[in-house]
Design a protein around this ligand. Structure first.
Ligand code: ASP
Length: 331
């Protein structure tokens, strides 16, 4: 059991500059990327799957579920020690968190990408992939959930987010910092990840949408979603979880029509709570039946809701899943 599976899905790590377009496009398969890492033979056997060459924005929940099922099957094999997934950084955190929810294995699973393509000076793909191999091979990486490795840092899929459009130091766990670093071909962990729980449905609910609040927001977008059959809406509310008063009747109508409404914050860090009692305040939204998510951002909470809607047997259970860090514990 010492084979590492690497599933290549695309992203900048697999791109080069097209001279005619003057812009980066997909072009490198798994072997081409791996051939740029020096001394890789020292790390034992590697099995490659060329899953696709999708830029991050071309991934979608259906493809992510397909990837998750492939990984579940492969990680059940005795000869596979752990898995690495290369991915476009734009949506990397969503795929990584999906896998974190879906895969129940203790074996290490690491998602990796690059911020500079293979035609650019300072292409960071080989260095990041080498760090991912070090992380997946480390006995210390067992049972930590899905990890994200870039720029020599190891973060938890549940906690990490892309924070900068072009910096190599873009993936951050804003609340508590990285779990560890890769230093001298070794992972040095300095803390545990937050508790993480699992959701393993056969399929996902696709009709789940994400809205960001803004000053003076009216009910137009919520009504559009509800009238068009949405099953769930995640709203990035303001601060501690508050919204303009005009949205209160819209949320009430949505919940009456059996739409799951989950409140998170548009702030980059911190959890939401029903602390405010004014019109549109969090306390009122909770009383209407809106669920209050964890400190996770909107895009990952949406992924959680897509899976949770297929797993939960009741509204009570759905609320338990969406509102708790550790929802494997009984409600
Ligand atoms: N736009 C690219 C993508 O997500 C960015 C990257 O991979 O770094 O495919």
């Amino acid at each position: 059991m010492n084979k590492v599976l690497i599933v290549f899905t695309g992203g900048t790590i697999a791109m080069t500059i097209d001279e005619d377009l003057g812009a980066a496009v997909p072009g490198l398969d798994g072997n081409a990327i791996l051939s740029m890492i020096k001394g890789i033979d020292r790390y034992g056997e590697i099995e490659i799957v060329d899953f696709g060459q999708f830029p991050g924005p071309q991934m979608n929940p259906g493809r992510i579920l397909e990837l998750a099922k492939l990984l579940k099957e492969s990680l059940a094999r005795d000869d596979i020690q752990g898995a690495i997934i290369t991915h476009g950084t734009d949506t990397l955190e969503e795929t990584a968190y999906f896998l974190d929810l879906y895969l129940t294995t203790e074996k290490p699973v690491v998602v990796v990408g690059a911020m500079r393509n293979a035609s650019e000076l300072g292409y960071d793909g080989p260095a990041n992939l080498a760090s991912a191999i070090v992380a997946v091979k480390s006995p210390e990486s067992y049972g930590r959930g899905v990890l994200v490795v870039l720029n020599n840092q190891v973060n938890s899929a549940r906690e990490v987010t892309k924070t900068h459009t072009m910096s190599l130091d873009t993936f951050k766990s804003l609340e508590f910092g990285p779990l560890g670093i890769v230093d001298n071909n070794e992972v040095l962990y300095s803390r545990q990840a937050m508790p993480h729980s699992h959701l393993v449905p056969d399929d996902i609910e696709p009709a789940v949408h994400l809205l960001k609040s803004y000053v003076g927001m009216d009910r137009f977008m919520i009504d559009q979603l509800v009238d068009n059959g949405t099953k769930g809406i995640v709203i990035e509310a303001m601060g501690r979880g508050n919204l303009p008063p005009e949205l209160v009747p819209a949320i009430k109508d949505a919940i009456t029509r059996d739409v799951a409404v989950v409140i998170v914050s548009r702030c980059p860090a911190g959890r939401v709570l029903g602390s405010y009692g004014y019109d549109g305040g969090g306390q009122q939204l909770r009383e209407l039946g809106a669920m209050f998510g964890t400190a996770m951002n909107g895009q990952k909470t949406r992924i959680q809701l897509m899976l949770a809607l297929k797993v939960a047997q009741s509204n009570h259970q759905l609320r338990h899943i969406m509102e708790n860090e550790d929802f494997d514990v009984a409600p």
